[in-house]
Design a protein around this ligand. Structure first.
Ligand code: LMR
Length: 390
């Protein structure tokens, strides 16, 4: 049987992890995969996570199954952080724990496929390289449209409007809630409002991917567009990830929330999400969600988590400012938010930056700003100049 398979290339983003480890040069800089690094270049276990793990070690008395919904107290406690304290739409929300934001995207894709197999997913490009494959492998049609021009680093808003205006009722629009991956370029609030109006007018459903809340301009600010969209539309899906803002990457912690019109629809969404989880992973892994729940149940640990997240956010924005200050051509980097910015460059140039200068960024030219120190700005700019990027 296996002879029928075709070899597939390794995921080029994840391949950077091994390539960087194998590089023995002292001055190498890792701007590749999207993980936060501190001033020592480490990806630390956050202080509140350590405290919660200690608490769990001492108090957890069972590891019995929780069910396909996972830890529902985790799902509930996350809700005010994502949606605000008492949003008008709270009664119309239902959530389920998922293995990371990717699990939430996959589960949401299958829910759409079950409800409306002919729905297309509108995806502005460039986007996270795993978006289109996740929707495609759930047998949904994906319609890509240009979201922005990398050379000018400007959103092509007229292209967004055109894509949404020509979509069919029932189609789904994938939106990055904040900290756009890979460009760091988010819509302005005015653009979000226009998008919300079009979603309603064209009967389109937003599927919001919120994977970096707190790493742009803070928890409240980063959630504002998602909350405004949910105040405006009838139905929505939200794929949430705790991997980055709780630093729990390999624990795979996320949630899928659905907002439905009626109590009956909420029940249907809920039962389908549980059934789809059951056939995919049966039950999500517990440890990461238990950590987040423990943090959110404790005022002291929550304060610790918020303070460290703010420090992380500031550090990323300091790195942005350092690069922008060192090269006027890169001034746009200080206006972008989240871990990533995406320079316009060829794969060959990205490969040359790795081979000749030990600077690792994705083949697409995406750089993880959390991977550098402010003192690296000079070396990065020298290498970009040497390779003709500036
Ligand atoms: C990234 O974009 O670097 C992260 O989301 C890691 C991944 O899974 O691709």
């Amino acid at each position: 049987m296996f002879e029928e398979l075709k070899n597939r290339p390794a995921d080029s983003l994840l391949a950077l992890i091994k390539a960087f480890q194998a590089d023995e040069r002292a001055g190498k800089i890792d701007l590749g995969v999207g993980v936060y690094r501190d001033a020592m270049g480490r990806t630390p276990v956050m202080r509140a996570v350590k405290a919660a793990e200690q608490f769990l070690l001492e108090t957890q008395d069972s590891k019995k199954y929780l069910g396909p919904e996972g830890d529902l107290q985790f799902v509930r406690l996350l809700q005010p952080i994502v949606f605000g304290k008492s949003p008008t739409f709270v009664q119309r929300l239902v959530g389920i724990q998922t293995p990371g934001g990717s699990g939430a995207l996959r589960l949401g894709a299958e829910l759409i496929q079950t409800a409306n197999p002919s729905a297309k997913v509108l995806l502005g490009t460039p986007s996270w390289p795993n978006h289109a494959p996740i929707f495609g492998s759930a047998r949904l049609g994906v319609k890509e449209y240009p979201f922005l021009d990398l050379t000018s680093q400007q959103v092509k808003f007229e292209s967004v409007i055109e894509a949404l205006s020509s979509a069919d009722p029932g189609d789904v629009v994938l939106l990055h809630g904040c900290c756009h991956n890979p460009t760091g370029i988010d819509f302005t609030m005015e653009e979000w409002r226009q998008i919300a109006e079009l979603l309603v007018a064209r009967k389109l459903m937003p599927f919001i991917d919120l994977a970096y809340q707190g790493l742009g301009d803070g928890l409240e600010h980063d959630a504002a567009p998602t909350r405004m969209i949910l105040e405006t539309v009838d139905e929505a899906l939200i794929a949430y990830s705790c991997d980055k803002n709780f630093g729990l990457y390999r624990e795979r912690v996320g949630a899928l929330y659905a907002m439905a019109r009626t109590a009956d629809d909420i029940g249907k969404a809920e039962s389908n999400m549980a059934a789809l989880a059951r056939v995919n992973w049966s039950m999500p892994p517990d440890h990461g969600a238990a950590i987040v729940r423990t943090i959110l149940e404790s005022a002291e640990m929550s304060a610790m988590w918020r303070a460290e997240l703010e420090e992380m956010c500031e550090r990323v924005n300091d790195n942005r400012a350092a690069l922008a200050a060192a090269a006027p051509d890169l001034a746009f980097i200080s206006r972008q938010r989240g871990l990533f910015s995406n320079l316009a460059m060829s794969r060959e140039t990205a490969a040359a930056l790795r081979a000749r200068h030990g600077i690792y960024m994705a083949d697409s030219g995406r750089m993880n700003l959390a991977g550098m120190q402010p003192a690296d700005a000079g070396a990065i700019i020298t290498a970009l100049r040497a390779e003709g990027c500036l």
